[in-house]
Design a protein around this ligand. Structure first.
Ligand code: ACO
Length: 334
């Protein structure tokens, strides 16, 4: 798929350092070897040096050298001290003491997020063996959100065989992964974050539709009001963004229907970003489009964090890990 090769190439030009907390996992270590060999990213693996060495030998990997591995149980004292200081400063008010912070550092998922926060890595990727919530929580607690954004969300880059939709068949869907019931403010921020993802990862100029079961007041309901309000907030947050709402899905992606249901809309039925009113809708919609329309679904790309942390599916392939690391590297250029 040519988009993924463009993303890998862009990542290679950025030379970012990405930490992989599931360092001894067999797909992860093979992906790491490829990423280093191809220069797509500078990779750090977390885990036991002994186990990672055994795995590297088992697969005949040449690039997994000792200096790329950090054992959370054998961190240099100076690093422990530096990280613990930072963790307590960030979350002392949430009950994180020196002891709790030191204990958290022995958990690779926490260590990865803390390394990203400290600037010792540019991004992190995990989830080949851990659940979404366990990958996200340390990042939400320590990496935190980007300036002006209070909510983390997950976008899918959908590649639809029918090239008349979006930009040559590419449409971004969000939020499909993180926030179950966003407020109007959060929906607006999800739109802004997705527009950034579209620019930085896909190279698209965003055209955003805020979806509902109503088009411009055709139905009256508090849920409709929420999407209309979110559209207004997003316009205030980014006055230059092409955005319209509230819109039904057909008015968002079919020009003829847009002409009838929302005449004068700058979108004109040509949205390349669809923002769903809740996680239920977004998650169900991307899976239906993936299956029924035979679309490729790249993601979720987690967006809105101060530095990128991405979650893998536990069913991921080596290629999936390579691609998510490349996407993570590209997100650092937002
Ligand atoms: N954006 C920003 N910060 C957040 C978010 C968010 N979306 N959600 C939680 N936080 C913050 C909280 O404010 C809190 O911060 P604080 O400790 O500084 O006060 C911290 O993160 C922890 O929040 P909790 O609510 O305690 O965390 P929780 O254990 O509930 O987990 C999580 C949050 C993991 C995101 C949860 O909402 C979740 O599981 N979401 C659904 C994920 C999912 O299952 N997605 C579908 C599958 S993925 C797929 O199909 C592709």
């Amino acid at each position: 798929m040519e988009l993924i090769y463009k993303i890998r190439k862009k990542a290679a030009g950025l030379n970012r350092k990405i930490v992989l907390p599931e360092g001894a996992e067999e797909r992860t270590i093979q992906a790491a070897d490829f990423l280093i060999a191809e220069g797509i990213a500078d990779v750090i693996l977390l885990g036991s040096k002994g186990r990672i060495k055994v795995e590297a030998e088992r697969f005949g990997l040449k690039h997994i050298t000792d200096d790329r591995v950090i054992d959370p149980y054998r961190l240099p004292d100076a690093d422990v001290e530096r990280y613990v200081e930072m963790m307590v400063a960030l979350r002392g008010n949430k009950g994180v003491t020196y002891d709790i912070a030191a204990k958290q550092l022995q958990d690779s998922l926490y260590l990865a997020s803390v390394m990203v926060k400290a600037g010792d890595a540019d991004g992190a990727v995990a989830g080949a063996v851990n659940y979404t919530g366990d990958v996200l929580r340390p990042a939400l607690q320590y990496v935190k959100t980007a300036p002006g954004i209070s909510v983390v969300s997950g976008a899918f880059i959908m590649r639809i065989p029918d090239k008349t939709f979006g930009d040559g068949g590419t449409i971004l869907f969000a939020d499909c992964a993180v926030s179950p019931d966003p407020t109007a403010q959060q929906l607006a921020e999800i739109a802004i974050s997705t527009a950034r993802t579209a620019r930085s990862i896909v190279g698209l100029e965003p055209r955003v539709a805020m979806l509902s079961f109503s088009t411009r007041g055709s139905a009256k309901h508090p849920l409709v009001d929420k999407v209309a309000e979110a559209t207004e907030i997003a316009r205030r947050l980014d006055p230059n963004l092409i955005i319209d709402g509230e819109l039904q899905a057909d008015a968002a992606i079919v020009p003829d229907i847009a002409e009838r249901k929302s005449p004068g809309s700058r979108l004109g039925g040509r949205a390349n970003i669809l923002i769903f009113p809740s996680l239920e809708v977004g998650n169900i919609a991307y899976k239906l489009v993936q299956r029924l329309a035979h679309a490729d679904a790249i993601g979720p790309v987690l967006q809105g964090m101060a530095s990128p942390v991405n979650d893998l599916s536990r069913g991921c392939s080596i290629d999936d890990i390579i691609n998510v690391v490349a996407i993570t590297a590209c997100q650092t250029s937002i």
